[in-house]
Write a protein that binds this ligand. Structure first.
Ligand code: GDP
Length: 138
């Protein structure tokens, strides 16, 4: 079933000029890019995005990092897009990520891990709506 998910190229990867390589990989794996934008989140906007993690011990650090520099947000479409993109990203902790995954290749730490991907259909809907209006998905 064709599905959409939200991907983010995080500040660590944008800062190191890895966006082009990551987008090339996304297209090479057969995803359609339905929307894409570069923006610099405020701390409040990062907190809103990660609201489900509010109680986690790393929430302050994570939202500080996510608002530390520009990110690129994308809506990706493919059959089984949520799982497909998470598989391509690899485990949250790069030390545990499989060879060939984005995080194995590009992450610097469990926090500065290069990319984000929605983890379920309800979070994908929330996250896509956080950044894009329906009219922007083409
Ligand atoms: P994801 O779905 O693989 O992105 O992982 P989570 O939803 O568990 O965590 C969200 C994001 O928080 C991760 O992508 C990391 O950037 C960060 N993060 C996760 N676990 C830790 C941790 O133990 N310490 C720190 N500092 N950051 C973490």
């Amino acid at each position: 079933m064709t599905e959409r998910t939200l991907a983010i190229i995080k500040p660590d990867a944008v800062e190191r000029h890895l966006a082009g390589t990551i987008i090339q990989r996304i297209e090479g794996e057969g995803f359609q890019i339905r929307a894409m934008r570069r923006l610099h989140l405020s701390k409040t906007q990062a907190e809103g995005f990660y609201a489900v993690h509010r109680e986690r011990p790393f929430f302050a650090s994570l939202t500080e990092f996510m608002s530390s520099g520009p990110v690129i947000v994308l809506v990706l479409e493919a059959p089984d897009a949520i799982k497909k993109w998470r598989t391509l990203m690899g485990a949250t902790d790069p030390a545990k990520a499989d060879a060939g995954t984005m995080r194995k290749e590009f992450a610097q730490s469990i926090e500065r891990n290069a990319t984000h991907g929605s983890d379920a259909p309800d979070t994908a809907a929330y996250e896509m709506g956080y950044f894009f209006a329906g009219v922007e998905l083409v």
